[in-house]
Design a protein around this ligand. Structure first.
Ligand code: PMT
Length: 417
């Protein structure tokens, strides 16, 4: 997603930035205290504005103690306005960061409301604007919220997250605010954004191989890992093309999504989109085999026969064929293993002609397929042979950021000067 061109302040390279932290009324507001602290520790000046509802979740006094600055809560407060008026405050900020941004606040901002201090400041400021949405997963999936998210992105807001996982209300799904560390990392653009100008193609989710008009072969991939990679690459400034098998996930903000069903469709989309790309990440769990001839009509149970034989043929190896192209990008594959991670990762690196392999142990409880967390062993090739890095269990959003950063670092190291 691109930022609106009219920012008054693009940030002062090498210096801390003047960050206006807006907090709206979500349970994730408790994380905003830690976020304020991290921003201060990173050398930024931080002033906090809270909506009325946010104060039911965390007190202004907490934020005041952490930032050392008075916290503003009301547009109609003559005493506060006598100090720094709201227009002055809007001009003061280099960056407005709203975290958490609730569904209601997103709706109000998407429609240009200015009915409290925070929305007024957002409307009155030319600063760079970033938000970390947080809400119940059903609210995040609603067409109205999806529309508002797209409109905000078009208006120049950068959306970070949301993350997927256990929610305070007991639901599980997308809508959790990104961890403060991940927000800080995504904001860290005192240097140019690491992936600015690069195109990244990512495959995610499972494929479905039809057996007949109503049945298919597939696997348990939810797409969470691949979508987290897409969100991370977009947050780092890349143009991201996400090729997704059938999953029930919203498209990360700023990402161009191409839906496919079968391995052959994914193969064709990958080759079409990989032309001229810089980095290709194959995270999809591609079915290795498909039915040789899917039945034209629904397969019927046969009386007296206890077995059914399916004749399967091999699907194309998408990532190996991308790595074999003359105009090959830097190619990162995944390896879903249940043992001997390092040996299998090195084998895939060599056999498929990859530049890096992200090996994950999919037999570990709470990690891998369908989970919100993951751990990985990264193995890559460099001039001296191979090297590796281990990433401990963590939310997929954080792991994705580490994987993309490592790939970018290797890509830069591999590029001719
Ligand atoms: O989607 P989630 O629920 O979040 O789960 C994430 C994940 C476990 C699916 C993911 O982290 C992962 O491990 N993805 C790769 C799964 C897989 O198919 O691994 P593999 O070892 O079978 O394949 C190795 C590599 O070859 C992968 O990059 C795969 O995308 C690629 N491949 C495989 C077969 C094929 N025909 N074409 C391919 O490109």
């Amino acid at each position: 997603m691109s930022l609106s061109p009219g920012h008054r302040n693009a940030g002062r390279p090498g210096e801390g930035r003047r960050i206006l932290l807006g907090i709206s009324a979500g349970i994730a507001a408790y994380k905003s205290a830690h976020l304020a602290r991290l921003l201060k520790q990173a050398g930024h000046e931080v002033r906090v504005v809270m909506t009325e509802g946010a104060q039911a979740f965390i007190t202004p006094l907490t934020l005041q103690a952490l930032t050392g600055e008075p916290v503003r809560t009301s547009l109609l407060d003559p005493e506060a306005e006598a100090g720094m008026g709201h227009i002055e405050l809007a001009r003061w900020a280099d960056l407005i960061l709203v975290a958490p941004a609730t569904a209601d606040l997103m709706a109000r901002l998407a429609h240009g409301h200015a009915d409290d201090l925070l929305t007024t400041l957002c409307l009155a400021s030319d600063a760079e604007k970033v938000m970390a949405p947080a809400m119940n997963q059903a609210m995040w999936r609603q067409p109205a919220t999806v529309r508002n998210a797209h409109r905000l992105a078009e208006d120049g807001w950068r959306l970070l997250g949301p993350d997927s996982g256990d929610q305070a209300c007991g639901d599980v799904g997308p809508g959790r605010m990104l961890e403060p560390e991940a927000i800080l990392a995504a904001l860290d653009d005192t240097a140019p954004r690491e992936a600015a100008g690069l195109t990244v193609v990512i495959t995610a989710g499972p494929t479905r191989e039809p057996l007949d008009p109503v049945r298919y072969l597939s696997n348990h991939s939810s797409g969470k890992m691949g979508f987290a990679l897409a969100a991370a690459a977009a947050a780092l400034g890349a143009r991201v093309l996400l090729i997704s098998g059938p999953v029930a996930l919203p498209t990360p903000a700023g990402v161009e999504r191409h839906d496919v069903e079968s391995a052959r469709e994914m193969h064709d989309a990958a080759h079409r989109l990989a032309r001229g790309c810089d980095l290709f990440i194959g995270c999809a769990a591609v079915a290795d085999y498909r039915a040789e001839t899917p039945a034209e009509h629904k397969l019927k149970k046969r009386e007296g026969e206890h077995t059914l034989t399916l004749r399967l043929v091999k699907n194309p190896d998408i990532i190996a064929s991308i790595a074999a192209r003359d105009d090959r990008p830097y190619v990162v594959g995944f390896a879903a293993e249940t043992r001997d991670l390092e040996a299998y990762a090195r084998d895939k690196l060599a056999r498929k002609g990859l530049d890096m392999v992200v090996a994950n142990d999919v037999s570990r409880a709470g990690l891998g397929f369908g989970a919100d967390d993951n751990a990985a062993l990264l193995v890559w090739r460099d001039a001296d042979g191979t090297d590796q890095r281990s990433l401990p269990p963590q939310p997929k959003s954080q792991l994705a950021l580490a994987v993309v950063r490592q790939a970018l670092a290797r890509l830069r190291a591999a590029a001719p000067p």
